[in-house]
Write a protein that binds this ligand. Structure first.
Ligand code: NDP
Length: 390
C-alpha cells in the first residue's frame, strides 16, 4: 500500500489521478488533497476519498472547506497556505506526491517533496523549468525518484532503457524527438492570429486540459517549456532535443538510438496512461484508458515545427541555450502574459512580444537557492506586468 498526496487535486491532472487511484484502492491510499480556491470540488473529493489532510492555498477557501466538512465527519484535517502545502508534500507518512499544481505556485511544495525524498510524479513542468539545477540537485541529494507525467517525457522515459539515470550517451541515445499537436491554430492564417479568442485557444483538438496549458499549447510555448524540461530530466543539451509536429497526438514522443533505431510510445491522448505508468512503475496496471485502434485512426502525420507561426517555441529553444536564470524569466513572463490574454487584456500575438521584452530587460544570473529563484520570478513578473499594462 502506497500513500499519496495530490497537489492540485481539483485540476485536470488531479481529477485524472483520482480516477486512476480509485481503480486500485488496494494499492494506494489518498493521504492529502490540495487546491487553491475551489473548496466545493475539494469537499466532494474529500467525501469520496477520505484523505487525512486537505489543503487550500487560499486561507478564506480553507475556512469555507472546514465549514463544508464539519458535518460530514470525514476525519479530514484542513490546512492552509504555503506551509500547509509543504507539510503534506513532505510528510513522513507520504510515499508518492503528484505535482499537479499549475505554474510557479507549484514550485515550493514540489521541491519540498523532492527534498523529503519522495517519488515525485511531475506534471507541473513550470516548477522544473524555473528552478532547473536546484530542483535536480534536490532530487539527487535526497534520493527522490522523479517520474515524468507530461505525456511526451513519460513516453521518452518509457523508450529509454532503465529510465533516464545514465543520460543519453550512457543509454546509446542520439536524439529525443518530442511530438506536439500544433494546437488549435496549426492551420489558421497567420494574419488571423491577432484576433483569436481565449475560448478558441482553449479548445484543444485532442486533449482536455486546464486553461493555462491550453493556451501554452496554442502558442506552442508548452513545447518550448518541454524542451527545457527534457534537457533537465534526461541530462542532455538542447541540440539533441527536436520538436516534431504530429497533429493526431497518438505518438507521444520518440527516442533515436545511435544505430538508427527509433523507439516510439503510442497511445490514446488520455493522461491516465502516463499517470498510471508513473504510479505503478516499474510494474504496469490498468488505467481505464480505451484501447488504441490504429485502423480507426488510419494515418499518422508528422511536420516540421514552424518558428514564424510559433515564436514562443523559438523563445523556448533560445532560452534553453542561454541557460542560467533565463528559463525562470521565460516562465514567469509567460504566466503573466497568458493570464492577461485569458482576461482579454492583450491579444494572442502579444504573448511572445511580452516574453521577449521581459527576457531582454533582465539579466540571467543563475539562481542558486529557492529564495533567489523566487526573487527572479517576482522581478520578471513585475517587468512583464508593466509591459502588459502599457
Ligand atoms: P488546472 O488548471 O486544471 O488545475 C490546476 C490545479 O492547481 C488546481 O487544483 C488548482 O486549484 C491548483 N492551483 C492553481 N493555482 C494554485 C495556487 N496558487 N496554489 C496552489 N494551488 C493552485 O491545470 P492542469 O491540471 O491542466 O495542469 C496542472 C499542471 O500539469 C500544469 O503544470 C500543466 O502544465 C501540467 N500538465 C497538464 C496536462 C493536462 O493534460 N492537463 C498534461 C501535462 C502536463 P483550484 O481548482 O482551486 O484553482
Amino acid at each position: 500500500m502506497r500513500t499519496l498526496t495530490i497537489l492540485g487535486a481539483t485540476g485536470t491532472i488531479g481529477v485524472n489521478t483520482l480516477d486512476v487511484v480509485a481503480r486500485h484502492r488496494e494499492r494506494f491510499r489518498v493521504f492529502a488533497l490540495t487546491a487553491n480556491r475551489d473548496d466545493a470540488r475539494l469537499a466532494e473529493q474529500c467525501l469520496r476519498h477520505r484523505p487525512r489532510f486537505a489543503v487550500m492555498a487560499d486561507p478564506d477557501a480553507a475556512k469555507r472547506l472546514s465549514q463544508r466538512l464539519k458535518s460530514a465527519a470525514t476525519g479530514t484535517e484542513v490546512l492552509a497556505g504555503r506551509e500547509g502545502l509543504e507539510t503534506v508534500a513532505a510528510h513522513p507518512e507520504v510515499d508518492y506526491v503528484m505535482a499537479g499544481i499549475v505554474g510557479a505556485a507549484g514550485l515550493v511544495p514540489t521541491l519540498a517533496a523532492a527534498r523529503a525524498g519522495k517519488r515525485v510524479l511531475l506534471a507541473n513542468k513550470e516548477a522544473l523549468v524555473m528552478s532547473g539545477d536546484l530542483f535536480m540537485r534536490a532530487v539527487r541529494d535526497h534520493g527522490a525518484e522523479l517520474l515524468p507525467i507530461d505525456s511526451e517525457h513519460n513516453a521518452v522515459f518509457q523508450c529509454m532503457p532503465g529510465g533516464h539515470g545514465d543520460g543519453l550517451d550512457g543509454a546509446g541515445v542520439s536524439r529525443i524527438l518530442l511530438t506536439g499537436s500544433g494546437g488549435p491554430f496549426r492551420n489558421t492564417p497567420l494574419s488571423a492570429l491577432d484576433a483569436v479568442t481565449p475560448q478558441q485557444a482553449c479548445a484543444h483538438p485532442n486533449w482536455v486540459m486546464g486553461p493555462k496549458i491550453s493556451v501554452d499549447s496554442a502558442t506552442m510555448m508548452n513545447k518550448g517549456l518541454e524542451v527545457i524540461e527534457a534537457c533537465w530530466l534526461f541530462s542532455t543539451s538542447v541540440d539533441r532535443v527536436e520538436v516534431v509536429v504530429h497533429p493526431q497526438s497518438i505518438v507521444h514522443s520518440m527516442v533515436e538510438y545511435a544505430d538508427g533505431s527509433v523507439l516510439a510510445q503510442l497511445g490514446n491522448p488520455d493522461m491516465r496512461t502516463p499517470i498510471a505508468h508513473a504510479l505503478s512503475w516499474p510494474e504496469r496496471m490498468q488505467s481505464g484508458v480505451e484501447r488504441l485502434d490504429l485502423t480507426a485512426i488510419g494515418r499518422l502525420d508528422f511536420e516540421r515545427a514552424d518558428f514564424d507561426r510559433f515564436p514562443c517555441l523559438k523563445l523556448g529553444y533560445q532560452t534553453a541555450c542561454a541557460g542560467g536564470g533565463a528559463s525562470t524569466v521565460l516562465n514567469a513572463a509567460n504566466e503573466v502574459a497568458v493570464e492577461a490574454y485569458l482576461k482579454e487584456r492583450i491579444r494572442f500575438t502579444d504573448i511572445p512580444r511580452i516574453i521577449e521584452h521581459t527576457l531582454e530587460r533582465l539579466c540571467y544570473r543563475a539562481p542558486t537557492s529557492l529564495e533567489s529563484v523566487l526573487a527572479l520570478d517576482a522581478e520578471a513578473r513585475a517587468t512583464a506586468e508593466a509591459r502588459v499594462s502599457r
